[in-house]
Design a protein around this ligand. Structure first.
Ligand code: FAD
Ligand code: SF4
Length: 673
């Protein structure tokens, strides 16, 4: 065992009355388990697994202090001993695993997706259809009492502390900001008045729970909205939070309504730790930094550079509950790294589905999907080493089967090898590194450059076909011209692309293609300075809310994206990331046209009809990103020979295939075979 690579990260933190075993906090995430059948058993298993993985402290998803504070109708609240008792399952499981856990108290304020929502002033947010009710003076006092009651109940439920959610634009943030607090009583007006609501909550909570209870306050250090707070105000507020009795201050970056990406994959790793660093000498209590920290190396670097005392990682613990343990044991190359995609975590929660993880379908399904050793080892062939085949092979071999993995190409990864080339998707390399290591560890026999044939598969007990997809072609006059390419020609075969480009198809791959072609030079996802400049974030903290004018690198090409359907372009992109892709391409001046029918292609461009009007768009290259078709001839060949192979991933169904479905299907089959 070696701990020398991470001396800062793995150093214990003595809080006086209790000691955290290291500097890693698992940040708060709403998973939807609270609302599931057997939700508390499932949460107990979920948190216990992460506690066993050696994380220093965990924070639960947000729990409302009353009904008005719900994020959506009937989400969890902490208002009575009856509710608190249910949480004892969680705290016991965590403590039995030698972990520590705080409960987050979150009042959603005007973000509440229900008609009971309240706020300092009756101002509707741009992201909720419900206009909030203005809290009366009596209502403000009652809400403070409810925060304190929730903290007391958390103590009764044996939590090690609470985190009071004061950022991301929720109720507390709304009180603090002049943008949302237009009150004329003692809770509004000057900044000093506006911070009294949270300060009163902290003071009275501390009084109620005593000294030996962790009280974290999540402070919005960078609002990223117009009329947000100034840095000087934020520093003053932090000092008052410390005086009021907080144990730790956690960093919040950006309100939910901010039009700047703060956690998605295009945000550079640790791209906001500089904000916390500025606060480091202002207060004495420990500071936590957060946002897009996904590896122990990055976390160590942040701490070693004095940007914070602790790091918070949330989604990385969905991807790998053992992240810290693997770092402690020097097995970091075995970490399943969070790629920041949001596809199975946040996107699910926003669709009212239980969260999971694209790269780890066991996340939040710990009692349901398990990879237990097999009692009857078999000889298994897996054909195709894309995400579906890789996950099937790794899980089946991990359980004790003898697995041979055939891949026609010279490297594993399938379409993920193309995806990783898109600026902003560099994290996808990590998933391939993870699977490469997994198949090595579990002794999978990998046959690269080997296109499997039906005949050679007959000797296996089980055959898994994961042969994936290929680009779909369309019927159109002029398609044979050499100015017409598909996405594999551009991304895999490096065919040259001109300066005026038309992209046919505006789905996920069409958007990625536009991102790829409108980009030049270093990816802003790999350089915080470029990222801040591109999105208009004031790295000097001299403007209100931390916003300046976006200044992206101009596109080297004139690009037009075309879509057949009349629906809004990008409608089917990720719920929490689609707006980022649309804004990013808008900044690059990419033209997007919907409701288009394609007439023909000639040597100068493409003829289309839109709104019953013929149009011509000049282009020297036309890239077709019009969906995909399954590759499954081998499956049929095997059936003809009397075998009953399993078919998974894009090879089974090309429509809407993504890596989330591919990895889930592979893992589930690998677990059951
Ligand atoms: P594939 O990835 O197609 O893998 C199939 C493999 O089988 C290939 O390696 C192929 O060479 C091999 N094969 C085929 N026949 C044989 C044979 N006879 N013998 C041996 N090997 C064979 N998904 C997301 O979830 N999120 C994203 O952000 C995302 N971005 C993307 C961006 C781009 C540009 C692209 C192209 C795709 C993106 N995807 C994304 C989609 C994702 O990559 C695919 O859905 C996923 O790779 C499908 O996995 P699969 O294993 O079913 O098939
Ligand atoms: Fe990370 Fe994507 Fe998994 Fe969410 S779904 S935890 S963003 S890898």
């Amino acid at each position: 065992m070696t701990t020398s690579r991470y001396p800062h990260l793995l150093e214990p933190l003595d809080l006086g009355f209790t000691t955290l075993k290291n500097r890693v906090i698992m940040g708060s995430m709403h998973t939807g388990l609270e609302e599931e059948k057997n939700g508390y058993d499932r949460m107990a298993a979920y948190f216990a697994e992460r506690a066993k993985g050696q994380v220093g402290l965990m924070v639960t998803g947000g729990i409302a202090p009353n009904r008005q504070g719900w994020t959506a109708p009937f989400t969890s609240k902490m208002t009575s001993k009856r509710e608190a008792r249910k949480h004892k399952k969680i705290t016991k499981a965590v403590h039995d695993a030698d972990g520590k856990i705080c409960m987050q108290i979150l009042h959603s304020g005007r973000y509440g997706y229900h008609p009971l929502a309240v706020a300092p002033s009756a101002i509707k947010s741009p992201i909720s259809p419900f206009k909030p009710w203005k809290l009366s003076g009596w209502g403000v006092n009652r809400t403070i009492r409810h925060f304190v009651r929730a903290a007391k109940l958390a103590q009764f439920a044996k939590y090690d502390g609470v985190e009071i959610m004061g950022s991301e634009g929720y109720l507390i943030n709304e009180f603090v900001s002049a943008k949302t607090n237009k009150r004329t009583d003692k809770w509004g007006g000057s900044f000093e008045n506006r911070i009294q609501f949270p300060l009163e909550i902290i003071r009275r909570t501390r009084e109620a729970v005593g000294e030996n209870f962790i009280l974290i306050f999540r402070l919005s250090m960078l609002d990223l909205v117009e009329e947000g707070n100034t840095w000087e105000e934020t520093v003053h507020f932090a000092k008052e939070i410390e005086k009021a009795g907080a144990t730790i201050i956690n960093t919040g970056i950006g309100w939910h309504e901010a039009r700047v990406p703060t956690i998605a994959t295009m945000v550079p790793r640790g791209g906001f730790s500089w904000v916390t660093q500025k606060m480091m000498n202002e207060i004495k209590i420990p500071l936590v930094t957060t946002n897009r920290i996904n590896t122990p190396e990055k976390a160590e670097e942040i701490l070693a550079n004095g940007h914070a005392h602790l790091v918070s990682m949330a989604r990385p613990f969905l991807a790998d509950p053992e992240l810290v343990k693997k770092a402690i044991e020097g097995r970091e190359d075995e970490i399943n790294t969070c790629i920041g995609c949001n596809q199975a975590c946040l996107d699910h929660v926003f669709k009212q589905k239980t969260a999971s993880c694209l790269v780890n379908p066991r996340a939040c399904h710990e009692t349901i999907l398990n990879y237990t050793p097999t009692l009857s080892p078999k000889k298994i062939a897996v054909v195709g080493a894309g995400p579906a085949g890789l996950s099937a092979a790794a899980v089946a071999a991990g359980r004790g089967h003898t697995v041979t993995l055939f891949e026609a190409q010279s490297e594993i990864g399938g379409q993920f090898n193309i995806a990783k080339l898109i600026p902003g998707k560099e994290e996808f390399y990590e998933t391939l590194r993870y699977y490469k290591k997994q198949i090595e560890l579990h002794g999978v026999e990998l046959k690269l450059n080997h296109k499997a044939t039906a005949q050679e598969l007959l000797e296996f007990d089980e055959v898994i076909i994961s042969t994936g997809i290929k680009p779909r072609t369309i019927e159109l006059e002029g398609m044979e011209k050499n100015t017409v390419l598909d996405y594999e020609d551009v991304l895999k075969h490096n065919k040259s692309v001109g300066n005026k480009v038309v992209i046919i198809g505006a789905g996920g791959i069409g958007f990625d293609m536009a991102e790829f072609l409108s980009h030049e030079g270093k990816s802003p996802s790999l350089d915080t300075h470029l990222f801040l400049k591109e999105w208009g974030i004031d790295g000097t903290n001299s403007t209100r809310g931390g916003l300046t004018k976006p200044n992206p690198h101009p596109s080297p090409r004139e690009i037009t994206m075309l879509q057949r359907s009349e629906t809004k372009i990008g409608k089917d992109l990720g719920k929490t990331t689609g707006w980022i892709h649309r804004s990013s391409l808008k900044m690059k001046k990419v033209t997007m046209l919907n409701g288009v029918s394609y007439d023909k292609i000639d040597e100068n461009g493409i003829h289309i009809t839109r709104n019953n009007e013929p149009q011509f768009i000049e282009a020297d290259t036309i890239v077709v990103c019009a969906g995909q078709v399954s590759v499954h001839a081998l499956h049929e060949g095997l059936i003809a020979l009397g075998k009953t192979p399993h078919l998974i991933g894009g090879g089974k169904l090309a429509k809407k295939i993504d890596a989330q479905r591919a990895i889930r299907e592979g893992s589930e089959l690998g677990a059951g075979i």
